[in-house]
Design a protein around this ligand. Sequence first.
Ligand code: ADE
Length: 234
Amino acid sequence: MSVHIGAEKGDIADVVLMPGDPLRARWAAETFLRAPRLVNEVRGMLGFTGEWKGNRVTIHGSGMGMPSLSIYANELIRDFGARTLIRIGSAGAMQEAVNIRDVVIAMTASTISTPSRGIMRELNFAPCADFGLLRAAVAAAEGKGMAPHVGGIYSSDVFYDERPDLTEQMTRHGVLAVEMEAAELYTVAARHGARALGVMTISDHLLTGEALPSGERERSFGDMVEIALEAAFG
Ligand code: ADE
């Protein structure tokens, strides 16, 4: 057991998929894994371990935002030996060419601040994805007939952003989308020599105000689970 994960040593697989929402972790485990077993429910942050095509995999919620994700990523890596962590979640588009339902695979993630800022101090560390995972995820998405966007995203500390000027600058600099977790995931993984990737579906558009109807979210979430599983084991 660790401070926030009530699993036994050995309950967590090498590969962990991390949706923000713990109920999505349950849905993904029950939908895609053989013999999923609940391994954590401390504070309602559900984690399940099961098998996908003969491979052990854990699907564990991260919660929303970098401070929450940081707790789980640290404990999964340091206390349970996870080596591959893939975030699956939603993001808001910041480019006209990126549309609702599109998949964005994050090569890197800019931030104003992360929980790791205290270590980095004056260094503007550039958190980056594991290239092998990135390449495999792109191939998996293309194999499903999708044309994923691959590039930089922005990991924000706020959902209700009050800085339109900053959004404008990021759009100008080619940032594809905004979400709230990837930069810290990439940074924690780098610190511990683990592999990390973020695969996101566009749920809303900052430039047009469009949003994905809630009924459609499950379908796009399923695609991301499959892309992440194929990237991890393909
Ligand atoms: N996740 C999905 N849409 C988002 C947005 N607009 N801002 C931050 N995180 C998001």
